[in-house]
Write a protein that binds this ligand. Sequence first.
Ligand code: HEC
Length: 103
Amino acid sequence: MKRLATLTLTGVAALALSAAVQAEPDGEAIYNQACMACHMTGAAGAPIKGDEAAWAPRLDQGMETLYTHSIEGFNAMPAKGGFTNLSDEEVKAAVDFMLEPVL
Ligand code: HEC
């Protein structure tokens, strides 16, 4: 009986944890997986993470436009960085992570 109770508690904790993960996608992990290849090197003219001069005019468009361009694509920027399996929320989290040093 005691063992069953412990198992149930572990199950509840695991559920709570996965709910927390879903509510807040890990922008850093997503950036590392899907965005870094271009946004760390400037490949194809991508604005580099942390480069204030490159981001300033883009930030002037407003965050909603940046989110939309990231999700739907923009010139050489592929929709969702080419990782179409990402949810819109995950892409937004990656944008937040990428822009954090220049906000
Ligand atoms: C294949 C290379 C590549 C990948 C991968 C990539 N980007 Fe980009 N991104 C670009 C390029 C190139 C531009 C510049 C497009 C332009 O201004 O013409 C850009 C521009 C942007 C912009 C600015 C858009 C604007 O309106 O100025 C944001 C925000 C952005 N990318 C977010 C992301 C995110 C988030 C990811 C990962 C999910 C990602 N990018 C992955 C190439 C890439």
